[in-house]
Design a protein around this ligand. Structure first.
Ligand SMILES: [Zn+2]
Length: 355
């Protein structure tokens, strides 16, 4: 088990860049890397472009808090088994805490809770969203979903192709959940192994995303609320088509700027980093630039699918069409909410033009 300093170097303080103080020391599968006493980092395998999700193990071996779980996959189960046969052999799990409802973060939560007779800890909205999606088990794609895709500008072939994947797939990558959970909320303080962790809630990537802040030592378990290098997906979806997730996201960036600038940030994907405020500025500027590009593009009325060129560097194939559409709609909806665009519905298709 390696150790590393929990704070940035003097050099980093001067430059205030995004810095990876543990660079090159990502834990190998089945290994734990000590960030600070009672804060350990490890990695679970993910299929897909992200390749891994970070898990964090907080507290001492007599009462561990496991933060985030990986998908319900054979590879992730094997990784947990290796951890409990190796560095965590004989340890007791006190609770399983998930930052948000996405399946790479909660996929094995139910399994872990059963294995260790431990409660699941989440914010209430994330829990309800999770229970809603895992309970949605009909197999045919509802007409409302097809109407939503049509509204965004998908053609009938794209709708047919997406429909072939069926409906209710969320439950397949999430193990059976407990019937109840333990609620955390903004402002709560969790004492774990003698350390106080403040619950700091963000939104936009998911509705009530929990981050954990150790103020005394300057450590933020950030989940997907702040990622290095990649920006978190912010999508408008069928469950709340009149929402403004990008507005929520930008408001959360403003809120997180109120946290100390010199935190060591432990993200859900990628390497721990310092330079939180710089990273928040980068994310803010990225979205502002995209909003401006989309707004300029709306001189001629456009659908969500017509805005991919303004938002993404690479062509959008069927594998990422859903995610890209959600992201495009989030930007268009935010332009609409902020008075920069107007939406008109023609034959069930949403056309946006600059206001
Ligand atoms: Zn996520």
């Amino acid at each position: 088990m390696a150790t590393a300093p929990a704070h940035r170097t003097d050099d980093a303080i001067e430059r205030d860049d995004v810095v990876y103080p543990l660079g090159g020391t990502a834990p190998q599968p089945g290994d734990l890397h000590e960030i600070a006493p009672g804060v350990r980092w490890w990695r679970l395998p993910l299929s897909g472009p992200l390749k891994h999700i970070n898990g964090y193990v907080l507290g001492t071996d007599d009462a561990l808090t496991l933060v985030d779980t990986g998908f319900n996959s054979d590879a992730a189960v094997a990784a947990w088994q290796a951890l409990f046969a190796g560095p965590l052999a004989g340890a007791t799990v006190a609770q399983v805490l998930c930052t948000h409802f996405h399946p790479d973060h909660v996929g094995l939560a139910g399994w872990l809770c059963r294995q260790h007779d431990a409660p699941l800890v989440m914010t209430r909205t994330e829990w309800l969203q999770l229970r809603m999606l895992t309970s949605d088990s009909r197999d045919d794609v509802p007409d409302e979903m097809k109407a939503f895709w049509r509204g965004a500008g998908w053609d009938e072939a794209q709708i047919a192709q997406a429909s072939e994947r069926g409906w209710g797939n969320f439950g397949r990558v999430v193990s059976r959940l407990p019937l109840g959970f333990r609620r955390i909320a903004e402002g709560d303080v969790l004492t774990i192994g003698g350390t106080d962790w403040d619950v700091v809630v963000g939104s936009g990537h998911s509705p009530e995303h929990a981050c954990l802040l150790d103020r005394a030592r300057g450590i933020l378990v950030a989940g997907d609320q702040v990622l290095p290098r990649i920006s978190s997906n912010v999508s408008l979806g069928v469950s709340e088509p009149e929402g403004d997730p990008l507005g929520d996201w930008l408001a959360s960036i403003a809120k997180l700027r109120g946290l100390p600038a010199d935190l060591l940030v432990l993200p859900g994907h990628g390497d721990p980093f310092t330079g939180l405020h710089t990273r928040l500025d980068q994310l803010d500027a990225e979205h502002a630039g995209r909003l401006d590009a989309v707004a300029a593009h709306l001189a001629t009325p456009a659908r969500a699918v017509d805005c991919f060129g303004q938002l993404f560097r690479r062509p959008i194939g069927p594998d990422v069409l859903g995610m890209a559409t959600g992201e495009a709609l989030a930007h268009l909806r935010h332009l609409e909410v902020t008075g920069r665009a107007v939406r008109e519905v023609r034959d069930g298709v949403w056309w946006y033009r600059a206001a």
